[in-house]
Design a protein around this ligand. Structure first.
Ligand code: ZN
Length: 159
């Protein structure tokens, strides 16, 4: 079965900046499950997956405008330290902050006594990304998954 819109794909990925060591991989956990055609993953990676089948391994280079967008200036915000789970924070460190719109990856800019300045740009904003992808399996989505716009069951929402 080829990957197309309204199919559910489970895959492993490793992502790096070109020529750099990997920044993230799914190899140490369960494969990621996504519903194709519903904005579940960055557009460049989704496009690269189309027409592949289970068992395929491939590389994809995704420009920033098809990944996490350009970096924006003025996205540094001061946040009380108590909002961080981590006890030791360092400039340059990437942490996940619970914001009103859900968890958000941010980069620590400056650490003060009671507050921390963080850059709200996605850590991968403005970057070209190199993906190594292995397609684990592909199936047609259930109607309820298409209605909800996400995967249910293994690797997806449990409801
Ligand atoms: Zn759902």
């Amino acid at each position: 079965m080829k990957i197309e819109k309204n199919h559910v794909v489970r895959f492993h990925y490793t992502v790096s900046e070109p020529g750099q060591p990997p920044v993230e991989t799914s190899k140490d956990r369960e494969p990621l499950a996504v519903l194709i055609g519903h904005g579940n993953i960055i557009p460049g990676l989704e496009n690269a997956m189309l027409d592949h089948v289970a068992g395929d391994s491939f590389e994809a280079t995704v420009e920033s405008d098809q990944a996490y967008g350009e970096r924006q200036e003025g996205l540094v915000q001061r946040v009380p330290k108590k909002h961080f789970r981590e006890t030791r924070l360092q400039p340059g460190q990437q942490v996940v902050l619970n914001s009103s719109s859900g968890p958000r990856a941010v980069t620590v800019v400056k650490v003060g006594g009671t507050v921390v300045d963080v850059d709200l740009n996605h850590p991968m904003a403005g970057k070209t990304l190199q993906f190594q992808v292995e397609i684990v399996d592909v199936r047609a989505a259930q109607q309820v998954e298409i209605d909800h716009g996400h995967v249910h069951g293994e690797g997806g929402a449990q409801h």
